[in-house]
Write a protein that binds this ligand. Structure first.
Ligand code: HEM
Length: 399
């Protein structure tokens, strides 16, 4: 019998802040693909197994185009028309449009280029740890550490002036938190667009040493540059920040793993990969079948929406031994936390540099770091947010 998941959960199981909701884990236990009736009546699919998620991501018969994503996974929006992605927002485009934007960017985010940033990331991290130490415990790790570090790095890389960062981040926050009303969402989006239009004009007039200025030399129009900048900033601000905060929470809840990382800084690279797998903060994405596709013994009909759970794929016992255990020394790599295929995360090397620097620096600076509230009281983002994480993480240490 075909397994059906009737609704996608909107919150995690109490006491399990790092695990996928149990409905999704159970779905995977029934098999890698389940029926998913969307709230608007569309008969879609939910893919939870590693191999199938990976194969959909590598298959150009599955589209990322925004205008095809007409079915919301948890809300009945009726029969809606979705406009195509605005120029530059290539996450929601297929080839050849996607490459037009991604190509000029790839060279700016290579392993080598990102490694060159390491010293600057170390400096920014040390500055924030100094400030935390000076202010003394307790601290909210989200506002004191996890958010500002990636924000400063991505803003510097793109060329967002220092004085604009605060208000800009607030706007982006409000459309990423998963808890904003439609009006607030529109207002934040409009304000961000307005800001970016001014920024692009400023870079054209007075190019500085940054990615956005470099891109003004390409054949992208102002409108396209705005879209590219929006995608980079939104992706760069929210994802790594949530990894740093939720990752610290996970380490504090797994003291033996935390101790292993503290004792051996050479473990940092592996630790970051395992935290990425275990937490999968970018947890689900959708694709639309462009033609009938045979998948896992089923026919996915043209026009059907599939939900891909990267989080359950990264917890698939057929791919990872003891998948629900956080094991920083794990050898089986190949997680899907950055996706796979043409849309695989452009900023992954940047995110890696940030995490490889920030986690060890934090736990070494504060050897007695601990939660300042009971673990159950740590406020989590709703499961409906695009990126999962904690809203705040109160921590303390001995002085
Ligand atoms: C795409 C995760 C950090 C920029 C993606 C995708 C995932 C992801 C899963 C693929 C989406 C899909 O399959 O449709 C993450 C995680 C991060 C992170 C977990 C942090 C730990 C960053 C950073 C940047 C960035 C720092 C900034 C440069 C992008 C862009 C795309 C993308 C531009 C779209 C790529 C394309 O469509 O070709 N990311 N990301 N990400 N990410 Fe990241």
């Amino acid at each position: 019998m075909e397994h059906t998941v009737t609704t996608l959960p909107t919150a995690r199981q109490p006491g399990c802040p790092f695990d996928p909701p149990k409905e999704l884990v159970q779905a995977r236990e029934h098999g890698p693909i389940s029926r998913y009736p969307f709230p608007d009546g569309h008969q879609g699919w939910l893919i939870t197994g590693y191999d199938l998620v990976r194969s959909v991501l590598a298959d150009s018969r599955f589209s990322s185009r925004k205008e095809l994503m007409r079915h919301h996974p948890t809300i009945d929006l009726g029969d809606i028309e979705v406009p195509p992605a605005p120029p530059g927002e290539f996450l929601l485009m297929d080839e050849p449009q996607h490459s037009r934007y991604r190509k000029p960017l790839v060279g700016k985010f290579t392993v080598r280029r990102m490694r060159l940033l390491t010293e600057r990331v170390e400096q920014i991290t040390a500055d924030h740890l100094d400030a935390m130490e000076k202010a003394g415990p307790p601290a909210d790790l989200v506002t004191a550490f996890a958010k500002p570090i990636p924000a400063i790095v991505i803003c510097e890389l793109l060329g967002v002036p220092y004085q604009d960062r605060g208000s800009f981040q607030q706007q982006v926050d409000s459309f990423l938190s998963g808890e904003t009303s439609d009006e607030e969402l529109m207002a934040a989006y409009t304000a961000t667009q307005h800001y970016l239009a001014e920024l692009v004009a400023a870079k054209r007039a007075n190019p500085t040493d940054d990615v956005l200025s470099d891109l003004t030399e390409s054949d992208l129009t102002d409108e396209e540059l705005r879209g590219v900048a929006l995608i980079l900033l939104a992706a760069g601000l929210d994802t790594t920040a949530n990894m740093l905060a939720l990752g610290t929470f996970a380490l504090l809840r797994n003291p033996a793993q935390l101790a292993a990382l503290r004792a051996d800084s050479a473990l940092a690279d592996q630790a970051v990969e395992e935290l990425l797998r275990y937490l999968s903060v970018a947890k689900t994405f959708m694709r639309t079948a462009l033609e009938d596709v045979e998948l896992g013994g089923r026919t996915i009909e043209a026009g059907t929406t599939v939900i891909l759970s990267y989080h359950t794929a990264n917890r698939d016992p057929e791919r990872f031994a003891d998948p629900h255990v956080l094991d920083l020394r794990r050898q089986d790599g190949g997680h899907l936390a950055f996706g796979h295929g043409i849309h695989q995360c452009l900023g992954q090397q940047l995110a890696r540099v940030e995490m490889r620097v920030a986690f060890p620096a934090l736990i070494n600076r504060f050897p007695t770091l601990r939660l300042a509230v009971p673990a159950e009281e740590v406020a989590l983002r709703p499961e409906t947010a695009d990126i999962f994480g904690v809203k705040s993480l109160p921590v303390a240490w001995d002085v």
